[in-house]
Design a protein around this ligand. Structure first.
Ligand SMILES: [Zn+2]
Length: 190
Protein backbone atom coordinates (compact mmCIF):
# COMPACT_ATOMS: atom_id res chain seq x y z
CA UNK A 1 0.00 0.00 0.00
CA UNK A 2 1.37 3.40 -0.95
CA UNK A 3 0.57 6.63 0.86
CA UNK A 4 -1.84 7.52 -1.94
CA UNK A 5 -3.61 4.16 -1.65
CA UNK A 6 -4.00 4.77 2.09
CA UNK A 7 -5.37 8.27 1.48
CA UNK A 8 -7.91 7.14 -1.11
CA UNK A 9 -8.98 4.16 0.94
CA UNK A 10 -9.40 6.24 4.11
CA UNK A 11 -11.32 8.84 2.13
CA UNK A 12 -13.87 6.36 0.77
CA UNK A 13 -14.65 5.31 4.34
CA UNK A 14 -14.67 8.92 5.58
CA UNK A 15 -17.31 9.88 3.03
CA UNK A 16 -19.31 6.67 3.46
CA UNK A 17 -19.45 7.22 7.23
CA UNK A 18 -20.46 10.88 6.71
CA UNK A 19 -17.53 11.98 8.90
CA UNK A 20 -17.59 15.24 6.92
CA UNK A 21 -20.69 16.34 8.81
CA UNK A 22 -18.60 17.64 11.72
CA UNK A 23 -16.63 19.90 9.38
CA UNK A 24 -19.33 21.51 7.29
CA UNK A 25 -19.25 25.30 7.31
CA UNK A 26 -19.22 28.24 4.88
CA UNK A 27 -16.35 29.74 2.91
CA UNK A 28 -16.67 33.03 4.78
CA UNK A 29 -14.47 32.93 7.91
CA UNK A 30 -16.60 33.42 11.03
CA UNK A 31 -13.63 34.94 12.92
CA UNK A 32 -13.02 37.22 9.91
CA UNK A 33 -9.27 36.64 9.79
CA UNK A 34 -6.68 35.23 7.43
CA UNK A 35 -3.63 33.58 9.00
CA UNK A 36 -0.28 33.14 7.25
CA UNK A 37 1.86 30.53 8.95
CA UNK A 38 4.46 27.84 8.22
CA UNK A 39 3.99 24.41 6.66
CA UNK A 40 5.89 22.81 9.59
CA UNK A 41 4.55 19.36 10.48
CA UNK A 42 4.18 20.31 14.15
CA UNK A 43 1.75 23.06 13.15
CA UNK A 44 -0.65 20.96 11.04
CA UNK A 45 -3.29 21.15 13.79
CA UNK A 46 -1.49 23.18 16.46
CA UNK A 47 -1.48 26.38 14.36
CA UNK A 48 -5.27 26.49 14.66
CA UNK A 49 -5.96 24.76 17.97
CA UNK A 50 -3.48 26.76 20.05
CA UNK A 51 -5.20 29.93 18.82
CA UNK A 52 -8.72 28.64 19.46
CA UNK A 53 -9.68 28.33 15.79
CA UNK A 54 -11.71 25.51 14.30
CA UNK A 55 -12.95 24.67 10.81
CA UNK A 56 -14.80 27.65 9.36
CA UNK A 57 -13.22 30.26 11.66
CA UNK A 58 -10.33 31.51 9.51
CA UNK A 59 -8.62 31.45 6.16
CA UNK A 60 -5.21 29.84 6.50
CA UNK A 61 -2.24 30.20 4.14
CA UNK A 62 0.82 28.05 4.72
CA UNK A 63 4.23 27.98 3.12
CA UNK A 64 7.85 27.34 4.05
CA UNK A 65 8.72 29.89 6.72
CA UNK A 66 5.41 31.85 6.69
CA UNK A 67 7.13 34.21 4.30
CA UNK A 68 5.97 36.44 1.46
CA UNK A 69 8.75 35.97 -1.07
CA UNK A 70 7.27 38.23 -3.75
CA UNK A 71 4.83 41.16 -3.49
CA UNK A 72 2.89 39.80 -6.48
CA UNK A 73 3.19 36.09 -5.73
CA UNK A 74 0.61 33.54 -4.61
CA UNK A 75 0.94 34.24 -0.87
CA UNK A 76 0.29 37.97 -1.16
CA UNK A 77 -2.55 37.26 -3.58
CA UNK A 78 -4.12 34.91 -1.03
CA UNK A 79 -4.02 37.60 1.66
CA UNK A 80 -5.54 40.21 -0.66
CA UNK A 81 -8.27 37.87 -1.90
CA UNK A 82 -9.00 36.89 1.71
CA UNK A 83 -9.58 40.55 2.55
CA UNK A 84 -11.34 41.79 -0.60
CA UNK A 85 -13.35 38.75 -1.68
CA UNK A 86 -13.74 36.29 1.19
CA UNK A 87 -14.74 38.33 4.21
CA UNK A 88 -11.51 38.53 6.23
CA UNK A 89 -11.03 41.77 8.17
CA UNK A 90 -7.71 41.09 9.92
CA UNK A 91 -4.43 39.39 9.06
CA UNK A 92 -2.25 37.33 11.41
CA UNK A 93 1.30 36.52 10.33
CA UNK A 94 2.61 33.76 12.58
CA UNK A 95 6.17 32.46 12.41
CA UNK A 96 7.46 29.81 14.78
CA UNK A 97 10.54 28.94 16.81
CA UNK A 98 12.90 26.29 15.41
CA UNK A 99 11.72 26.91 11.83
CA UNK A 100 13.39 24.92 9.05
CA UNK A 101 13.68 28.14 7.02
CA UNK A 102 15.68 29.81 9.78
CA UNK A 103 19.30 29.74 8.64
CA UNK A 104 18.50 27.25 5.88
CA UNK A 105 21.77 25.86 4.49
CA UNK A 106 21.34 26.79 0.82
CA UNK A 107 24.62 25.13 -0.24
CA UNK A 108 23.43 21.88 1.29
CA UNK A 109 20.08 22.14 -0.55
CA UNK A 110 21.90 22.78 -3.83
CA UNK A 111 24.20 19.81 -3.24
CA UNK A 112 21.17 17.60 -2.58
CA UNK A 113 19.56 18.84 -5.79
CA UNK A 114 22.72 17.96 -7.72
CA UNK A 115 22.97 14.51 -6.11
CA UNK A 116 19.39 13.89 -7.26
CA UNK A 117 20.07 14.77 -10.86
CA UNK A 118 19.85 18.55 -11.24
CA UNK A 119 22.75 19.40 -13.56
CA UNK A 120 25.31 22.08 -12.71
CA UNK A 121 24.72 23.64 -16.16
CA UNK A 122 21.01 24.03 -15.35
CA UNK A 123 21.95 26.10 -12.30
CA UNK A 124 24.33 28.17 -14.43
CA UNK A 125 21.67 28.71 -17.10
CA UNK A 126 19.22 29.93 -14.46
CA UNK A 127 21.81 32.28 -12.98
CA UNK A 128 22.53 33.67 -16.46
CA UNK A 129 18.78 34.15 -16.98
CA UNK A 130 18.78 36.48 -14.00
CA UNK A 131 17.44 34.03 -11.42
CA UNK A 132 19.38 34.32 -8.15
CA UNK A 133 19.09 30.74 -6.87
CA UNK A 134 20.57 31.54 -3.46
CA UNK A 135 18.13 34.37 -2.95
CA UNK A 136 15.26 32.16 -4.19
CA UNK A 137 16.02 29.43 -1.66
CA UNK A 138 17.33 31.33 1.33
CA UNK A 139 15.32 31.59 4.53
CA UNK A 140 15.86 34.06 7.36
CA UNK A 141 18.16 34.55 10.31
CA UNK A 142 15.69 35.70 12.94
CA UNK A 143 12.03 34.63 13.06
CA UNK A 144 10.84 37.79 14.86
CA UNK A 145 12.55 39.99 12.29
CA UNK A 146 11.04 37.87 9.50
CA UNK A 147 7.52 38.33 10.90
CA UNK A 148 8.10 42.10 11.17
CA UNK A 149 9.47 42.30 7.62
CA UNK A 150 6.45 40.45 6.27
CA UNK A 151 4.07 42.74 8.16
CA UNK A 152 5.82 45.75 6.61
CA UNK A 153 5.57 44.19 3.17
CA UNK A 154 1.82 43.68 3.53
CA UNK A 155 1.19 47.03 5.14
CA UNK A 156 3.16 48.93 2.47
CA UNK A 157 1.70 46.97 -0.44
CA UNK A 158 0.02 49.36 -2.90
CA UNK A 159 -3.09 47.16 -3.10
CA UNK A 160 -3.47 46.80 0.69
CA UNK A 161 -6.25 48.51 2.67
CA UNK A 162 -4.40 50.15 5.57
CA UNK A 163 -7.48 50.03 7.80
CA UNK A 164 -6.95 46.25 8.08
CA UNK A 165 -4.93 45.27 11.16
CA UNK A 166 -1.91 43.02 10.54
CA UNK A 167 -0.83 41.18 13.69
CA UNK A 168 2.49 39.42 14.18
CA UNK A 169 2.99 36.32 16.34
CA UNK A 170 5.65 33.68 16.95
CA UNK A 171 4.43 30.28 18.14
CA UNK A 172 6.37 27.65 20.05
CA UNK A 173 5.84 24.45 18.00
CA UNK A 174 6.17 22.30 21.12
CA UNK A 175 3.86 24.05 23.57
CA UNK A 176 1.75 26.29 21.29
CA UNK A 177 2.69 29.32 23.40
CA UNK A 178 2.43 32.60 21.50
CA UNK A 179 4.73 35.59 21.60
CA UNK A 180 3.26 38.88 20.43
CA UNK A 181 5.48 40.60 17.88
CA UNK A 182 3.04 43.21 16.59
CA UNK A 183 -0.40 44.31 17.76
CA UNK A 184 -1.95 45.30 14.43
CA UNK A 185 -4.59 47.52 16.06
CA UNK A 186 -1.84 49.95 17.06
CA UNK A 187 -0.96 50.65 13.46
CA UNK A 188 -4.20 50.91 11.49
CA UNK A 189 -5.27 54.13 9.82
CA UNK A 190 -9.02 54.64 9.64
ZN1 LIG B 1 8.73 26.69 9.75
Amino acid sequence: MTLLDDVLSYNRQFVADKDYEGFQTSKVPSMKAVVLTCMDTRLVELSSKALGFKNGDIKIVKNAGATITHPYGATMRSLLVGIYALGAEEIIIMGHKDCGMGNLDVESVLNTMKSRGVKEEVLHTLEHSGIDIHHFLEGFKDVRENVSNNIDLVYNHPLFDKSVPVHGLVIDPNTGELELIQNGYDKVTQ
